[in-house]
Design a protein around this ligand. Structure first.
Ligand code: COA
Length: 479
């Protein structure tokens, strides 16, 4: 309001009183409309704190994290990086099964676990123990979001049905990853590669003459976790208007299909004829009924392929992805020593090149093999020719620019020592990522019971004696 008045004053100085009146009138009209739209509460004034010092994006959001393995933990780790208080509930004595999977350091939590559960707190609760159920109900009342990726029906079997949760806390958002959405497969348990296959990725990955392939990127697990995180943030935003939580469901099949949508695009294009940008077209091989596997063909309209670079005989990653993008074709011809291709009718246009892509890439490869992948990248980027060096995990782990941006972070751990993890790949200019080591099993049990749930010291002692928190104590009590 002060700003609008100021603006009217400035205009009055520059353009006279009539103009100023007009601006003030339209501003008042606008104000009326916007205050009707945001009838609940006017937005806070912009913070006067320096960028990055006004807290984190999800400060104040508390998450009851019932996730395990990879898909759910990916989601809650991202939310934790963005400032949410993530309380991971684990089974006493066992915890998330990944703590013990693919162990590289005897007795220490595996990297599988530590790299997916950073910045969280851990509490152990037996969700089937009567006292455990009581604690969980209390946690439901204190949290904003419950995230889970149990097998279908497991949460209900614990008594945590949506109705029960909503009775306790109508603002609670209940977010789930499942393998499949409602339908014939909804009761199935699903892991990463099952989702890659069921979501259309595997049938379109690999070489035409070979079997379907899964990809190294965990698009089923981590990809679905990412989708879920977006759903949760959207539900939190909607809750500000409606005052109530809702269910958020991400099926892994749906998540993979969303990421493979260009292949469903191509499925529909098949009706109009062959997919001319696929190298299979140039090789004269007819298309079948479904989108085929396309090797290293580019997914867009610009042909591309993976080419050998210097050292490929001994280094399995001495390769570069090369794209023959039409706007830079002339520069490519000059660089690879084929200036005559710029005017040759067989090579000068994208359509003329389509049937010759194999031979064209073989010629470009003769040139890329004279340089390392990094030299190819340097040379090509000077001419705006997009290329991608095939970077190994070793190279990425050692890449200093990724350390500098916090995409690769080194953290310390009490039982395994220092390890690398992937920080927040989403950079918020006013919410620096909060990347901390993963918690030990039950490390924060006391802290959560006392500080979050406000149990007294005596009550905590009684809870412990009940066996609801620890498999060992449960056994001791029974003995
Ligand atoms: N206290 C007591 N019991 C607990 C518990 C706790 N704190 N936490 C979990 N459990 C129990 C569950 O209640 C369940 O028991 P129930 O089957 O008797 O009801 C049991 O542990 C096992 O849970 P479940 O999810 O079935 O684990 P699983 O190892 O058999 O299956 C998956 C693992 C991943 C296949 C399955 O959880 C799944 O399909 N999830 C959805 C899709 C998904 O996220 N897949 C990708 C994983 S990366």
């Amino acid at each position: 309001m002060a700003l609008r008045k100021k603006r009217a004053k400035v205009i009055a100085k520059a353009g006279g009183k009539a103009a100023a009146k007009k601006v003030a009138k339209s501003a008042a009209k606008l104000k009326g409309a916007s205050s009707r739209a945001t009838a609940r509460k006017s937005p806070p004034r912009p913070s006067s704190k320096a960028w990055g010092e006004a807290g984190r994006a999800l400060d104040g959001v508390r998450i009851l994290d019932f996730t395990h393995v990879q898909s759910g933990p990916t989601c809650t780790q991202l939310l934790a990086y963005m400032g949410a208080d993530v309380i991971k509930v684990e089974r006493p004595g066992i915890g998330d099964i990944t703590r013990g999977q693919l162990r590289d350091v005897k007795g220490a939590d595996s990297l599988y676990f530590t790299m997916l559960n950073g910045s969280k707190r851990s509490i152990t609760i037996d969700s089937k123990h009567p006292k455990g159920k009581e604690i969980l109900d209390r946690l439901v009342k204190q949290c904003d979001v419950l995230v889970e990726n149990f097998a279908p029906g497991a949460l209900d079997r614990m008594g945590l049905t949506f109705d029960h949760i909503h009775k306790l806390n109508p603002r609670m958002i209940v977010a789930s990853v499942k393998g499949f959405g409602p339908g014939p497969y909804e009761d199935c348990k699903v892991y990463e590669n099952v989702a890659q296959c069921a979501g259309g990725s595997a049938s379109t990955t690999g070489f035409r003459e070979g079997p379907p392939l899964v990809t190294g990127a965990q698009i089923g697990d981590s990809g679905t976790g990412l989708h879920l995180a977006l759903g949760i943030v959207a539900a939190l935003f909607q809750r500000q208007r409606t005052g109530r939580g809702q269910k958020v469901l991400c099926a892994m099949q749906d998540g993979v299909l969303n990421l493979a949508r260009v292949k469903l695009r191509d499925q529909q294009r098949l009706k109009a004829g062959p997919l001319t940008e696929y190298s299979q077209y140039g090789e004269g091989i007819p298309f079948g009924a479904a989108t085929p596997r396309a090797g290293n063909d580019s997914g867009g309209g610009q042909p591309g392929w993976i080419l050998k670079c210097k050292g490929w005989e001994n280094d399995p990653d001495a390769y570069v992805y090369f794209i023959t993008q039409a706007p830079v074709w002339q520069a490519i011809c000059d660089l690879i020593g084929k200036p005559e291709w710029k005017t040759d009718a067989d090579y000068a246009t994208p359509n003329a090149r389509l049937p010759r892509l194999k031979q064209i890439f073989a010629t470009i490869e003769e040139w890329t093999m004279t340089m390392t992948k990094f030299e190819v990248m340097d040379t090509c980027n000077k001419h705006d020719i997009p290329v991608g060096p095939i970077l190994s995990m070793k190279e990425l782990a050692e890449e200093q620019s990724l350390r500098a941006t916090g995409t690769v972070v080194e953290v310390d751990h009490p039982t395994r020592g220092r390890y690398l993890t992937v920080g927040n790949p989403i950079k918020l200019s006013d919410s620096p990522a909060d990347v901390r080591r993963s918690p030990l099993l039950g490390e924060h049990t006391d802290e959560v019971l006392r500080e979050v749930l406000r149990y007294s010291q005596k009550e905590v002692a009684d809870i412990k004696a009940s066996g609801a928190l620890s498999a060992a104590e449960k056994k001791a009590e029974a003995a």
